[in-house]
Ligand binder design. Structure first.
Ligand code: NAD
Ligand code: UD1
Length: 313
């Protein structure tokens, strides 16, 4: 099968591309390298068609989509605080760009469009765990854009018969998550700080919690969403069903790394949700998804990767 992966040079995208290639599929990646890196695709170089371009340009997408059986759409501005700082840019890439991907996928008559949605759609509604039936109440511009992407995907199903599925990823972590920006995911930031013997920064009191999900499970669920019968038109949670606070994470990291970790605490970030935990029954039932990597094991694998990539001892 032929897959177009937008954002395929990023953290989640490049891990997904590795697995697609391992399974013998043909892969086209479209990425503008704004946060992704060509080096993330080193292990599949020569085996994929990498196109450097933006999803904001429809003609680029139409060319990349030619002959595709599946489109997995990951390209986005992925940071909550960045969307608070610059909502227009996030809107342009995440909403205008997603609409372009959908139009190109529709015109290329692909079998299914799969969208990287986000648990940020749930926003601050207090009940846990989050089920897909709950109302979306995003509290950041980013959360709005990700929710709109799901709605657009479903509308393309109704209006044009384009098969679609959205997976609301919870907090994904693992090898290749880029720690280099202030907008990077918290576990990558923590690991990078610990490697350099710097104090990790915690925004808030550290009691906020997330359903941290290891990358291999996210890749597995996304590929199931491409193929599972009965998945089209649906939105699925992509998490583990558990959650950990940042203070608990720091404690486990201390045990894994053998280093004494003293975090510095700063005021909470605007747009942050407090708690997040997925109910994954729908994904279990329809996709046959079953997370297989325990949080602590995922942290160990991730720590091993950061040490080799960033030179920690
Ligand atoms: P990432 O920043 O590593 O990946 C995003 C990729 O999209 C990058 O390679 C980037 O260069 C590319 N990109 C950005 N703008 C583009 C444009 N205009 N045209 C083409 N390519 C563009 O982030 P990630 O963590 O791998 O996230 C992938 C997707 O998953 C995003 O859609 C994000 O919203 C979603 N998501 C991520 C998480 C998480 O915890 N990491 C959770 C929920 C949803
Ligand atoms: C993350 C993803 C987002 C995704 C969402 C789904 C990234 C960059 N963001 O957002 O794409 O849609 O999960 O649930 O991958 N924090 C610190 N110190 C730091 C960095 C962050 O304390 O150095 C805190 C934040 O204030 C927040 C928590 O850690 O409370 C998680 O932050 P972050 O990793 O940026 O993820 P989300 O905002 O949950």
């Amino acid at each position: 099968m032929r897959y177009l992966v937008t954002g395929g040079a990023g953290f989640i995208g490049s891990n997904l591309v590795d697995e697609l290639v391992r399974r013998g599929h043909t892969v086209v990646v479209l990425d503008d390298l704004s946060t992704g890196k060509e080096s993330n695709l080193d292990s599949v170089r020569g085996k994929i068609d990498l196109r450097i371009g933006t999803i904001v340009d429809l003609a680029t997408l139409q060319s990349a989509c030619k002959g595709a059986d599946y489109v997995i759409h990951l390209a986005a501005r992925a940071s909550v605080p960045k969307s608070v700082a610059d909502p227009i840019e996030t809107n342009t890439v995440n909403i205008d760009g997603t609409l372009n991907v959908l139009v190109a996928a529709r015109d290329a008559k692909v079998r299914r469009f799969v969208f990287a949605a986000s648990s940020s759609a749930y926003g601050e509604s207090p009940s846990l765990p989050k089920t897909e039936k709950m109302a979306a109440e995003p509290i950041s511009p980013y959360g709005v854009t990700k929710y709109v992407g799901e709605l657009y995907a479903q509308v393309f199903g109704h209006a044009y018969g384009l098969e679609n599925a959205s997976v609301r990823y919870f907090n994904v972590f693992g090898p290749r998550q880029d720690p280099s920006s202030q907008y990077s995911g918290v576990l990558s930031r923590f690991m990078y700080a610990v490697i350099h013997n710097d104090p990790p920064t915690v925004f808030g009191d550290g009691e906020q919690s997330r359903d941290f999900t290891y990358i291999d499970d996210v890749v597995d669920e996304t590929l199931r969403a491409c193929e599972a019968p009965g998945a089209s038109g649906k939105v699925f949670n992509g998490g583990t069903g558990a959650r950990a606070t940042l203070n608990q994470v720091l404690k486990i990291l201390q045990e894994i790394t053998g280093k004494k970790i003293c975090a510095k605490y700063e005021p909470p970030r605007t747009g942050d949700i407090l708690h997040s935990q997925a109910d994954i029954s729908l994904a279990r039932k329809v996709l046959g998804y079953k997370p297989s990597v325990q949080f602590e094991e995922g942290l160990r694998r991730t720590w091993a990767w950061y040490k080799s990539a960033y030179g920690g001892k």
